[in-house]
Write a protein that binds this ligand. Structure first.
Ligand code: PEP
Ligand code: MN
Length: 361
C-alpha cells in the first residue's frame, strides 16, 4: 500500500539548507524568565531552527503541572522578537488552535495522547480547515501505524499541506530501557507508505533520560529521518515536567555538534560496490525462499506419513533437539541466539500449521 498525501516539501517552507530540521526548547513553558533565558541560549546554537514549549500539558495524574496556558503566548512572542526563532506549541483542542492562530504561533503540533483519539483529531482538523499553518503530528502512544497515518490523512484532507510526522516512540508492555521504545520499523514503514512525508524523531520522549539522547539522535539521522525535536531547559533539575530528560542548552549544543550527517548516496564507486552487494543479497534471499519451500514440501511428506501411521503432529523431543542443534550451529557461525530462536519458532509454527492442515484433510 502507498498513500499519496498532498504535501509541500519541507525545504519549500523552511530553510534548513542541507542540514536536518532541529526543534529545541523546554517541555513546558513555566515562567517568562525560564522561557526567555532558555530561548536565548538555544538561539545561539547553530542548526536549531524552531523553539518549542508546551503551554497546555497533558499529564498522567491530575495533581501534576498542567501548563501555564494562554499566559505563555506573550513570552513566546518575546522569544520570536528577540531571537528570530520560529515558535511551535502543542494543541489538543480546537480552542487551543484558535488561540495559537490569534497569537502568531508559527507551527502547531498534536501530541501523542491526542492522536490516539480520532474524535479529538477530527475536532482539531475542523478548526484547521482553510488555514495555512504547518502542523506536526506525533505518533499515537500505542504502536499503531494506521492510527498515526489516519491522523495525518485527516489533517491533510482539510488542506494542511505543510505536514510533518514526529516519531516519539511507543508504549510497550515489556520493561524497556526506553521510556517509549522507538520501534523504528513503524516510522520506516510510514516513510515507505508516504515517501513525501517529512518525519522527525523526538529522542527526548523516546529515552526519558539524558544518557541515550545522542545515540537515538544519531540513529534517527542514519535512518534518514528529516530532523530532531529535543527538549532543552535552562535548569532541567527544577523543570516542572520531564525533568529527567531535558538537556542544558550547552549540552544540546555538544550533542548536535557530535552528530554525523551521513549522505544517503555516495560516489560512483560506492554505488557500484553497493549494487554488487545488493545483488548478492537478492540471490541469497531467493535461495532462502527456495530452501524454505523445500523444507515445507518435506514437512508435508512427513505430515502425510504421520497421518497414515496415526502419529501426533507435535513431537517435543524432536523439536527440542532441533532447537538445540540449530542454535549451536548458528552461534558457531556468528549468528545471534535470540534471532535464531525467533527464526526457528516461526519455521516451526508454519510447519505445524501445514501438518495440521494435512491431518484435517
Ligand atoms: C511533549 O512534547 O512535551 C509531549 C507531551 O510529548 P508527547 O505528546 O510525545 O508525550
Ligand atoms: Mn515533554
Amino acid at each position: 500500500m502507498k498513500q499519496n498525501l498532498d504535501i509541500i516539501p519541507l525545504n519549500k517552507w523552511l530553510n534548513t539548507g542541507d542540514s536536518p530540521l532541529v526543534i529545541a526548547g523546554p517541555c513546558s513553558a513555566e515562567t517568562e524568565e525560564q522561557v526567555l533565558s532558555t530561548a536565548k541560549e538555544i538561539s545561539k546554537i547553530k542548526g536549531v531552527n524552531i523553539f518549542r514549549a508546551g503551554l497546555w500539558k497533558p499529564r498522567t495524574r491530575p495533581d501534576q503541572f498542567e501548563g501555564v496556558g494562554e499566559k505563555g503566548f506573550a513570552w513566546l512572542k518575546k522569544v520570536k522578537e528577540e531571537t528570530g526563532l520560529l515558535i511551535t506549541t502543542e494543541v489538543a483542542t480546537p480552542q487551543h488552535v484558535e488561540a495559537c492562530l490569534k497569537n502568531d504561533i508559527d507551527i502547531l503540533w498534536i501530541g501523542a495522547r491526542t492522536v490516539v483519539n480520532p474524535f479529538s483529531v477530527q475536532e482539531i482538523t475542523e478548526s484547521l480547515r482553510g488555514v495555512d499553518i504547518p502542523v506536526m503530528v506525533k505518533n499515537p502512544i500505542n504502536p499503531d501505524l494506521k492510527l498515526w497515518l489516519g491522523a495525518l490523512e485527516r489533517i491533510n484532507f482539510v488542506g494542511i499541506k505543510k505536514l510533518v510526522a514526529i516519531h516519539r516512540g511507543f508504549y510497550a508492555l515489556r520493561k524497556s530501557i526506553f521510556r517509549n521504545p522507538p520501534m523504528w520499523e513503524i516510522p520506516i514503514e510510514l516513510k515507505r507508505i508516504v515517501p513525501n512525508l517529512p518525519i522527525i524523531t523526538d529522542p527526548s520522549h523516546i529515552c526519558g533520560n539524558r544518557n541515550m539522547l545522542f545515540h537515538i539522535s544519531q540513529k534517527a539521522l542514519d535512518l534518514e529521518m528529516d530532523g530532531l525535536m529535543i527538549e532543552s531547559h535552562i535548569n532541567p533539575l527544577v523543570a516542572k515536567s520531564d525533568a529527567e530528560q531535558q538537556l542544558l542548552p550547552k549540552d544540546l549544543k555538544k550533542l548536535l555538534s557530535k552528530l554525523e550527517i551521513r549522505k544517503p548516496t555516495g560516489s560512483k564507486e560506492f554505488q557500484n560496490k553497493l549494487s554488487e552487494l545488493r545483488s548478492d543479497i537478492d540471490h541469497i534471499d531467493n535461495d532462502l525462499i527456495d530452501i524454505l519451500a523445500n523444507r515445507m514440501d518435506i514437512i508435508k511428506e512427513i505430515g502425510i506419513f504421520k497421518r497414515k501411521n496415526k502419529i501426533t503432529i507435535l513431537q517435543l523431543k524432536r523439536w527440542s533437539y532441533i532447537i538445540e542443534d540449530r542454535i549451536n550451529n548458528g552461534i558457531d557461525q556468528g549468528l545471534d541466539k535470540d534471532f535464531l530462536i525467533k527464526l526457528l519458532e516461526l519455521v516451526h509454527i508454519e510447519s505445524i500449521r501445514i501438518q495440521n492442515e494435512i491431518m484435517n484433510e
